[in-house]
Ligand binder design. Structure first.
Ligand code: SF4
Ligand code: SF4
Length: 54
């Protein structure tokens, strides 16, 4: 599963835009929906501040 480092995430939205499974949503904070995530790893690679880890 993908975890978010909330100390690093500035809610830029880049990961939301690249996730083909629509598994990342911005609610009160960024959330990765485990049920929707296919673990493709694209968001982990693309985050400019390395806030996502698998
Ligand atoms: S790409 Fe990184 S910094 Fe931007 S919203 Fe996603 S986790 Fe946060
Ligand atoms: S690993 Fe892939 S499917 Fe899962 S949240 Fe990231 S971009 Fe979306």
């Amino acid at each position: 599963m993908i975890t978010v480092d909330y100390e690093k995430c500035d809610e830029c939205g880049t990961c939301i835009a690249v996730c083909k499974s629509n598994a990342i949503v911005l609610l009160e904070r960024l959330e990765v929906l485990a049920d929707m995530c296919t673990k493709c790893g694209v968001c982990v690679k693309i985050c400019p501040v390395a806030a996502l880890t698998e």
